[in-house]
Design a protein around this ligand. Structure first.
Ligand SMILES: [Fe+2]
Length: 381
């Protein structure tokens, strides 16, 4: 496509404490709400229910999101939404909870089974419920994207349902909600956020509207990831991370991603590696593969990560960025090899075929054939 299409219809409210505005902001969407999240954040879900009640909205709570969402989890959440006659869905949590809630809202009144739409059935317009997204991790940026990643255990497939009508109506982005995240989750979700920022910055779908968003995301996440992991109560570091992942989400939903995300889905589906972990693990290897095709872009990434590139050639500057990402991920405890997860060479052919079918892969700055994907996997083994 010549030119750049930038589409983001979500109202975004940011600021420490903005979660307290949930009731007031939700009122325009209806009188009955379903709050979706996981049991681990039950206290927060109940606080949301209280805020909604105070605003005259009748809340129901479905706290059964467990790990990355499966088709049956969404089927259950959707049934709960119908039963509660919800007029708005509120998703609270990390990427898994937000994607489950987004899919429940997007499929709320579609006539088919959730699995049908995962297999490509067309969505009928006007059958969504409005969706409010409240992220509690600085990771996926799901509060500003049009897709939900869902797992079909039967087919062993992890793929998105994606539609322009699935953008949240409202995102409440409150860094206070991330203060209690444990260090390991801060690290893996933050690795996903940095990966999304860098992939959308070097994507062939990047353009003048997404570049400043991705660049600022790289700058904020690069300077604050280690601090947020090591000093979780630091609100400034948490704000950098959450706004960084928000900006990366705004960039990637328009610029799209790259080979890391193309590979992350099959690896995640087959070996159960958490999304952020697999993204962080793969990012330095994919950057190294991409360097010859996008040295100038990666040199700018290095500068955004705080490296003084003034006396370096473009290639040397780009290489230093890879080293910086590797060192940063090592510092926060992101694993650097796939073998400990049970990945073996005899799975490479199947993984390469599945990765090549992922849309993300086609936005990678250096094109990949099956042998290139196998080589990346071999380097990461
Ligand atoms: Fe991601």
């Amino acid at each position: 496509m010549a030119g750049e299409r930038f589409y983001l219809p979500t109202e975004i409210v940011t600021g420490a404490g903005c979660f307290g505005e949930l009731g007031r902001l939700a009122r325009r969407f209806g009188r009955r709400a379903l709050v979706i999240g996981s049991r681990g954040r039950l206290g927060l879900l109940e606080r949301a229910a209280g805020l909604l009640t105070e605003a005259g909205i009748e809340p129901a709570v479905w706290a059964e999101v467990q790990g990355e969402p499966t088709l049956s989890a969404v089927e259950e959440a959707r049934a709960r939404a119908r039963e509660a006659e919800a007029e708005v869905i509120v998703g609270i949590g990390g990427g898994s909870a937000l994607d489950a809630a987004k899919a429940a809202a997007g499929l709320a009144h579609q006539p088919g089974a959730v699995a049908d739409y995962h297999r490509g059935r067309r969505l009928e317009p006007g059958r969504n419920l409005p969706f409010i997204a409240v992220p509690t991790t600085a990771g996926t940026g799901a509060e500003v994207t049009r897709n939900a990643v869902l797992i079909d255990p039967e087919r062993g497939v992890k793929e998105s349902i994606r539609d322009d009508s699935w953008f949240p109506a409202l995102a409440l982005v409150d860094p206070e909600l991330t203060l209690s995240l444990p260090p390991a989750v801060t690290a893996s979700t933050g690795a996903d956020a940095l990966c999304q920022a860098i992939e959308s910055y070097v994507s062939i779908g990047a353009g003048p509207l997404t570049d400043p968003l991705a660049a600022e995301a790289i700058r904020r996440i690069g300077r604050s990831l280690a601090r947020a992991v090591e000093q979780g109560s630091d609100l400034a570091a948490r704000s950098d991370m959450l706004y960084g992942s928000l900006l990366a989400g705004m960039a990637m939903t328009n610029a799209r991603l790259g080979a890391v995300h193309g590979l992350a889905h099959p690896l995640g589906a087959r070996y159960g590696i958490p999304h952020g972990t697999v993204c962080g693990l793969l990012l330095p290897y994919v950057m190294a593969y991409n360097l010859p095709a996008a040295a100038e872009r990666y040199a700018r990434v290095s500068a955004l990560l705080g490296i003084d590139v003034s006396s370096l050639s473009m290639e040397a500057a780009a290489e230093q960025g890879v080293a910086r990402v590797r060192a940063l991920f090592q510092q926060v405890g992101i694993p650097s090899h796939l073998a400990p997860y049970g990945v073996t060479e005899d799975a490479f052919d199947a993984l390469a075929a599945e990765a090549l079918a992922q849309s993300s892969l086609h936005f990678n700055p250096r094109p990949l054939q099956a042998e290139d994907v196998r080589a990346i996997l071999a380097s990461a083994l």
